[in-house]
Ligand binder design. Structure first.
Ligand SMILES: [Zn+2]
Length: 649
């Protein structure tokens, strides 16, 4: 049981806290760890930001067809959709289209702009120093391995881009179609054959897809905040004036890409794939510092610096107005060299995409939680709330009840709590063994997956709660935690789950923090606020190596689990549930969403109603396999009564 490869007893001492620590205390979260981040102390003040901004709206049909936000709002012509600004993790099919574009635009060429990787570095050498030439060591990267692709869906940035494009179209109307490129752009063909990933372009206006290489974190920041001319010209030396530089070859863009040595993104490079309206192009084969003036004069909209024609290197593309650019994709990748087995790396990357440091839909997703302090709660926008409502309803799965209704939901973005949580995740990951998955522990491989996981898969809610960012190899899951309103608030203001000592949690399976995948179980731990609402937390939890028990009760379970070197307990009473997860350390969970919900009327929960037979249907729908059924049928009525009578009486 547990880890496929035993890791018991090998961890450093601090990974195994003494028993009393798991019990929790009122002390501040310990100032852990390897990364040395700053621990804010006050837990009472917190900024709450409303994610629904103003009245800005966009016509649905102006958006690229494959955007999540267009899909969600339907195809109706003339329909407006509300402001959105979010990052979406691209699925494996979409990553495949990006891989194709990377492959199709790779050229084994080196210029003086490729930095020497050695210490000390060679001076800048025309046509590149010996270390980065294809026959050098390590040589020129032979392939770029796509690790993660993020699509930027930002209605405001998109509107600015579309408006600028219209302006240029009007200005050049008398000359349409504009003169294009000879030979054809590297990206054109791949783009034209993948309409599911790349929007159709206004080729008469020289609208194109181009690469922009940069520091990995700058790439993420641009995706979040738009191009800013303060980033511009950096690394390109301003050969064609001060503007934003692009390449048609990923090899050229890679010359300007840098990773984060010693940081989270070490070995991970960033490139943006941008839509660019080139319009009328000022074409030159020379170094032209006055190129910007040529464009400002109104005669041209952009510059092409052609070093391919006479120098057999690359063409570069420059615009001087950030509204002519829409950074649509962020591509995170690693480099493969001739000494590497590139095919093996590509295969591994397609199976296990790289995990971002922060969830992709967070406002702070580009920040470094180890050094940038952020402590904000976001009142989520309507779309996120609707998806979470589905999750709530699906997690409840009660045959006779409509399920609880969300009254209010906030997303918690706290750098300090996140860093502590991620430190734990890294520790488990560094054991180098895949943890025995939940569905194999109870011998029901087909149906025993975490309920929340199954629901999220169905909802395809990547833009709201990311499954892509959960590491299943360490049994990371989304789980519910129910508690009192006061404690829920306290936990989400920086205290973390360690506040649980004061919570109502019993000790049926010993000391630890209790979670569930079904909401029914979770509600048993809640108490109502003055208005009859209850608070539940939707947490990310790293269960790690799991101690499995089918006992009805086992107060010593935590000691047994510790003795076996486990991180958590999965209690599945009688093999039929409802299952409970007991995490032994408080750093194992992060309270990501705090939900205030209106519980269903107690009358709907009388035991007779519970005994109806929705079991077969629920299982066939694949909603949660055996679990919701088990929960619905085997929930001890006495406990329901206890909760519901206390909450309504
Ligand atoms: Zn060198």
């Amino acid at each position: 049981m547990g880890c496929l490869q035993s890791s018991g007893g090998k961890e450093p001492e601090e990974l195994r806290p003494r028993d009393e620590e798991a019990e929790g205390s009122d002390e501040e979260i310990p100032r852990a760890t390897s990364s040395g981040y700053i621990v804010p102390t006050a837990v009472d003040e917190v900024e709450v930001v409303n994610e629904e901004h103003g009245a800005h709206e966009v016509p649905v049909e102006s958006l690229p067809a494959y955007w999540t936000n267009r899909r969600v709002h339907g195809e109706a012509s003339g329909k407006l959709c509300q402001h959105f600004d979010q990052m979406v993790c691209v699925s494996e099919a979409g990553r495949q289209a990006i891989r194709e574009l990377v492959r199709g635009t790779y050229r084994p060429l080196v210029t003086q702009d490729r930095p020497c990787p050695k210490e000390p570095a060679c001076p800048k050498t025309p046509a590149g120093c010996p270390c980065v030439k294809p026959d050098g060591t390590p040589g020129l990267p032979t392939e770029y391995v796509v690790r993660r692709v993020i699509r930027v869906e930002d209605s405001e940035m998109w509107t600015r881009y579309a408006q600028k494009r219209s302006q240029i179209r009007e200005r050049r109307a008398h000359r349409m179609p504009l003169r294009g490129l000879e030979p054809e752009l590297f990206t054109s063909q791949v783009v034209a054959t993948n309409p599911g990933s790349y929007d159709s372009l206004d080729t008469g206006l020289n609208e194109v897809y181009l690469w922009h290489g940069t520091h990995v974190r700058t790439g993420l920041a641009i995706a979040q905040h738009d191009f800013n001319l303060e980033f511009a010209g950096s690394g390109a030396g301003g050969m064609l004036g001060s503007g934003i530089y692009f390449a048609e070859s990923c090899t050229k863009a890679d010359e300007y890409a840098t990773d984060e040595p010693g940081g989270y993104y070490e070995g991970i490079f960033g490139m943006l794939l941008c839509r660019v309206t080139m319009g009328s192009m000022f074409y030159t084969t020379q170094r032209r510092a006055d190129a910007a003036e040529q464009v400002e004069s109104g005669k041209f909209d952009s510059t092409v610096g052609d070093r391919m024609k006479f120098h057999n290197t690359f063409r570069e593309f420059v615009v001087y107005d950030s509204d002519q650019v829409y950074p649509e994709y962020v591509v995170l990748y690693s480099r493969a060299y001739k000494a590497d087995d590139a095919a093996a790396l590509q295969l591994e990357a397609s199976r296990n995409p790289f995990h971002l440091q922060l969830p992709v839909y967070w406002n702070n997703f580009h920040a470094n939680p180890d050094s940038d302090v952020f402590r904000v709660q976001y009142k989520v926008r309507e779309q996120t709330r609707a998806l979470l409502q589905h999750l709530v309803t699906g997690s409840f799965l009660h045959p006779a009840a409509e399920g609880p209704e969300i009254l209010d939901v906030r997303r918690v973005e706290f750098s300090n709590m996140w860093s502590i949580y991620m430190d734990f995740r890294r520790q488990v990951q560094s054991r180098g063994a895949v943890c025995m998955p939940v569905n194999e522990l109870d011998g029901k491989a087909e149906t025993g997956h975490t309920l929340t996981h199954n629901l999220m898969k169905e909802l395809s809610a990547e833009d709201c709660v990311s499954l892509e960012n959960l590491d299943v190899t360490v049994n990371e899951a989304l789980l519910w935690h129910g508690t009192s309103p006061e404690l829920a608030e306290k936990m989400c203001r920086g205290a973390g789950l360690h506040a649980h000592k004061e919570s109502m949690h019993g000790s049926r399976f010993g000391k630890g923090t209790y979670f569930s995948e079904g909401l029914g179980k979770c509600l048993e731990y809640c108490t109502e606020d003055a208005n009859g609402a209850v608070y539940v937390l939707l947490c990310r939890a790293v269960c790690g190596d799991i101690f499995y028990t089918e006992d009805e009760e086992s107060p010593k379970a935590h000691s047994l689990a510790r003795a076996e070197g486990k991180d958590s307990i999965l209690a599945n009473p009688g093999g039929v549930g409802p299952r409970e997860y007991v995490l032994l350390q408080r750093c194992q969970a992060y309270p990501e969403f705090i939900l205030r919900i209106k519980p269903p009327p107690a009358a709907e929960l009388v035991p007779e109603a519970v005994a109806e037979e929705p079991a077969a249907e629920a299982a066939e729908e694949g909603l949660g396999g055996c679990l919701p059924v088990a929960e619905a049928v085997a929930e001890p009525p006495a406990e329901h009564e206890r909760f519901w009578s206390s909450s309504t009486g």
